[in-house]
Design a protein around this ligand. Structure first.
Ligand SMILES: *[C@@H]1O[C@H](CO)[C@@H](O)[C@H](O)[C@H]1NC(C)=O
Length: 502
């Protein structure tokens, strides 16, 4: 304990927010902004683009498209984004090591420009193939961004500010979603003539990012720990901290490198083979599933049509409301996450979402008879989004980093990312047809899944806040299996671990 306190004291000199740091974080999160934008952008113009597909089909075949084919084409356009993301998230590790964090971000923008360009020209080219390939490529961009941005921001931030600056990333994503929803308004870009601009505008932050990255320093951790270039790392630290003497920061990295050298890098195969990783890996993957299978993306991708179904007159405004609720609750969760435990917040979030899903079902079932039920549905969707950002939104991501130490962490992140994007794809693809079959009861399915995830979290997920990796790892060695009733009280375990650690 004494050791930790001393190190915090030392950090004070290097935890100022400098202009270079602000510029670098701002520049990096332009990538997350685009990631969010492309999640949200597909929502409002669904009808218009579908009509366009219909006309294209008529021009090619002489007949109007049948509704099943149209639905399948549209679901594919929405969810192929996740396939791109899935592939890219697997390659983040290699690319960021080969090219460096900065150059990897510069190169990634090529994908954004290519993808955005294809989508923008799809109408002119009379081709839904262009649209689908564009969505695939922009998904690839997003997959890279979702790995590279937090990595770079984490590596350039002083230890004390790491948590706070890390949440800027999440905030940029939800703001991106909101911008997309606002620009998608019919009075702005959500029209028959302007929707290509709505999709193509994602290229703008890319050009800005390419320009600004030029003035940002490369991550000192990349320069020192991976490339072993001490003087360059020092130079980067100087720019980021604004200090002439960067010994403290350098020593911190030396310590990190020493710890990394002690621990072998674990491959994905080894991660699955070794028993000690089984429990944390199961938790990491199930938490990712709990995020995606909660149905949140059904809301982000299809909320306009859901609001329409529950009888709201101006569904697009309700969608923008959901975006605003999303941003607000993300801001709130930033404050909550360091005060309440991860486990508690995740449980609270899942339970709240479960309840809201049941309310959505109720309102959809009754709206035919009682018109006011539509508003209950709207409130339920807002609650659903708010509870999501309190727990299941942010927590699965950083709990993976907390459950694994340096050696197995990259492999664990890759597996978790893969699980996340796969479920994202499944939801995007299957929501419309399942909703068609089940109607309002589709929300019952989400409620049941949410309940199952709540129970799993209650039984299996340890609290990680304020604990070291050794302490967390010790929990897994001690916590008996699900069937074992003799689980020691958590506080007792904590004390035991504390003793071991000290
Ligand atoms: C395609 O467009 C025609 C003409 O506007 C319309 O009658 C038909 O319902 C559309 N098909 C679908 C599946 O929306």
């Amino acid at each position: 304990m004494a050791l930790r306190r001393k190190r915090e004291g030392e950090d004070d000199a290097g935890s100022r927010i400098t202009p270079t740091l602000v510029l670098a974080v701002f520049t990096a999160v332009l990538g997350s902004l685009q990631f969010g934008y492309n999640i949200g952008v597909i929502n409002a113009p669904q009808k218009i683009i579908e009509e366009n597909y219909n006309i294209t089909w008529k021009n090619r075949t002489g007949e109007f498209i049948d509704s099943d084919t149209l639905e399948r084409l549209w679901s594919l356009s929405v969810s192929i984004f996740s396939i791109g993301g899935m592939i890219a998230s697997f390659m983040v590790g290699v690319v960021s090591e080969r090219l460096g964090r900065k150059r990897a971000m510069v190169m990634n923008n090529i994908l954004a420009i290519l993808g955005g360009g294809l989508m923008a020209l799809a109408k002119l080219g009379k081709s839904y193939e262009m649209m689908i390939i564009g969505r695939f490529i922009i998904g690839g961009f997003s997959g890279f961004a979702s790995g590279l941005v937090p990595m770079y921001v984490g590596e350039i931030s002083p230890t004390k500010l790491r948590g706070a600056l890390g949440t800027v990333n999440q905030l940029a994503i939800v703001i991106g979603i909101l911008i997309a929803q606002v620009l998608g308004l019919e009075s702005l870009l959500g029209t028959d003539t302007l929707w290509p601009a709505l999709l193509g505008i994602t290229m703008v932050p890319s050009f800005l990012q390419i320009l600004l990255l030029h003035f940002c320093p490369e991550s000192p951790r990349y320069l020192y720990i991976i490339l072993n270039k001490e003087s360059k790392a020092k130079e980067s630290l100087r720019r980021l901290t604004g200090l002439a003497d960067v010994t403290v920061g350098l020593n911190e990295m030396k310590e990190e490198k020493r710890r990394m050298d002690l621990e072998h890098k674990v491959s994905i195969l080894q991660l699955f083979r070794f028993r000690i990783y089984r429990q944390p890996l199961l938790i990491a993957v199930v938490l990712q599933l709990s995020q995606q299978l909660s149905g949140i993306n059904a809301i982000f991708y299809y909320s306009t049509s859901i609001f329409e179904d529950i009888g709201l007159k101006h569904p697009i405004y309700a969608t923008i409301g959901a975006g605003a609720v999303n941003v607000l609750s993300t801001v709130i969760s930033v404050f909550l996450v360091e005060r309440a435990g991860r486990r508690t917040l995740h449980l609270l979030g899942l339970l709240g979402m479960c309840l809201c899903a049941l309310l959505m079902m109720t309102s959809k079932l009754l709206v035919e008879r009682v018109h006011e039920m539509g508003y209950l549905g709207m409130v339920a969707i807002y609650g659903f989004v708010a509870f999501f950002e309190i727990g299941p939104g942010p927590i699965p991501w950083f709990i993976v980093a907390e459950l694994f130490s340096q050696g197995p962490r990259p492999a664990a992140m890759a597996v978790a990312g893969f699980a996340n994007w796969t479920c994202n794809f499944i939801i995007g693809m299957s929501f419309p047809p399942i909703e068609k079959v089940l109607g309002a009861y589709v929300f019952l399915v989400f409620a049941a899944l949410l309940l199952a995830f709540t129970i799993f979290t209650y039984l299996k997920v340890p609290e990680t806040r304020g604990r070291t990796f050794d302490q967390i790892a010790a929990t897994f060695r001690r916590t008996p299996s699900l069937l074992d009733h003799e689980v020691k009280p958590q506080t007792e375990l904590d004390e035991l671990n504390q003793d071991l650690y000290e």
